[in-house]
Design a protein around this ligand. Structure first.
Ligand code: MN
Length: 343
C-alpha cells in the first residue's frame, strides 16, 4: 500500500520581512509551489519548490503547468522503490526546483507510510545541524545593525552579501567584523566580482584579520577558470554556488580544481543530484555547504532531513524561512536558535 494515487500542486506566496538585496537583485516576495504526494494508503508527503529565475531560469508560471505531465509520469509508482521514481524525475532538467519538491515529497510519503523519518531513510548520519543567518546588502549602518542582531540571536556564522562594489564591500566587511567579534563569516558575492576584484577584496580583508570561513561564488557562474584563479590565490576557502547546478557541473569544478567547497541547494539539484554531488565531493576531498533559495519552513525541512540523513556538510545556509512571513512553522524538525534538530 505505498503506490502514488495523486499529486497536488499549490501556489504559495510569501513576503520577505524586509527586501532581500543581493548583488544586482532585490526581492520583496517569493512565489513557491507546494507539492503533496498522496498514496493509496492515504499517507501524504510534502515538498516545496522555490523557483529562482536568476539562478535556474525557472518561473512559477511554467512550473505550475507541469502537473499533468508529472501525474502521468509517476502515478501508480511505488514510493518504496523511490530510486526508480527519481530516475523518471531526473528528466525534469529544466525544472530543478520542481524535481526537488516531488522527489522529496516521494520520500516524505514513504516516511509517513512506514513511520521512519526521512533523515533515517537517507542514512541517519546525525540528528542536528546549525545554520548561519544572512545580512543582505544595505548601507554600512544597516549591515552592522543586522550583523549585531544575528550574533545576539545566537548565530555563530554570519553570512554577508557583497558583490556590487568591491571597494565599499572591503570597508563594510572590516567594520562588520569589528562590530561582531567572535563571529565567523561566509562572504557571498553572488557572481558580482571579476577575478582580480575578488583577489583584491580577499587580500584587504585578510590583512585586516577577518575570519572568513568561506568565500562564495566570487565570479561569474560560467567563469570556471576565474573561479580556479581566485581559489588558488585566496587565503580563504572558495565555494561554487551559481557555478554548480547539476552533478555534471560538480564533476567539472572538481576536475578543474576550481573550488574548495560546493554549495549544494536542493532547488538547483533535486534530491538525486544532491546525493551524487555529496559522494563525489567526499571522494575528491571537496567541502560541502547546503544552501537555500526562498523556501518556507516546509521547504527548509527538505534540506534539514537531507543534510542530517546524508551527512558530510560543513556549512549550512538554511535561513530563508527566517526571512519571510509565515503563518505557522511546518518543519518536521525542532529549531533552537541556529540549531535544527531531527528525531
Ligand atoms: Mn550563494
Amino acid at each position: 500500500m505505498s503506490k502514488i494515487v495523486d499529486i497536488v500542486l499549490e501556489k504559495k506566496e510569501y513576503v520577505y520581512t524586509k527586501p532581500f538585496h543581493i548583488a544586482h537583485n532585490i526581492s520583496t516576495s517569493v512565489v513557491n509551489i507546494e507539492v503533496s504526494v498522496i498514496l493509496d494508503s492515504g499517507a501524504k508527503g510534502f515538498g516545496e519548490a522555490s523557483p529562482s529565475f536568476r539562478v535556474n531560469g525557472e518561473r512559477y508560471e511554467t512550473l505550475i503547468h507541469l502537473k499533468d505531465f508529472v501525474k502521468q509520469s509517476i502515478i501508480k509508482k511505488d514510493v518504496k522503490r523511490y530510486r526508480q521514481i527519481f530516475e523518471i524525475l531526473d528528466l525534469l532538467k529544466a525544472f530543478p526546483s520542481m524535481k526537488a519538491a516531488i522527489q522529496f515529497a516521494v520520500l516524505d510519503a514513504l516516511s509517513e507510510e512506514i513511520t521512519i523519518p526521512v533523515y533515517q531513510l537517507l542514512g541517519g548520519s546525525k540528528t542536528e545541524i546549525e545554520t548561519d543567518k544572512t545580512v543582505s546588502i544595505g548601507t554600512l549602518e544597516e549591515m552592522i545593525k543586522d550583523s549585531k542582531e544575528i550574533l545576539n540571536e545566537g548565530f555563530k556564522i554570519i553570512k554577508v552579501k557583497v558583490g556590487e562594489n568591491f571597494k565599499d564591500d572591503i570597508e563594510k566587511i572590516i567594520a562588520i567584523a569589528e562590530a561582531t567579534k567572535g563571529a565567523s563569516y561566509i562572504i557571498d558575492a553572488n557572481t558580482g566580482y571579476t577575478p582580480k576584484e575578488a583577489l583584491q577584496f580577499i587580500d584587504s580583508v585578510y590583512k585586516n584579520g577577518v575570519d572568513v570561513a568561506l568565500f562564495e561564488q566570487p565570479v561569474a557562474a560560467n567563469d570556471i577558470e576565474g573561479l580556479r584563479l581566485v581559489r588558488f590565490y585566496s587565503h580563504y576557502p572558495v565555494a561554487a554556488d551559481e557555478s554548480v547546478h547539476t552533478k555534471y557541473d560538480a564533476l567539472r569544478v572538481i576536475k578543474e580544481e576550481a573550488v574548495d567547497f560546493i554549495n549544494i541547494k536542493l532547488m538547483k539539484t533535486g534530491v538525486s543530484d544532491a546525493l551524487a554531488i555529496v559522494e563525489m565531493a567526499k571522494t575528491a576531498n571537496i567541502g560541502l555547504m547546503l544552501g537555500s533559495m526562498g523556501e518556507s519552513s516546509i521547504g527548509i525541512n527538505q534540506s534539514v532531513h537531507f543534510a542530517t540523513g546524508v551527512g558530510g556538510f560543513t556549512f549550512f545556509d538554511l535561513d530563508s524561512y527566517l526571512m519571510i512571513k509565515e503563518d505557522k512553522f511546518r518543519g518536521k524538525f525542532k529549531k533552537v536558535g541556529p540549531r535544527m534538530i531531527v528525531q
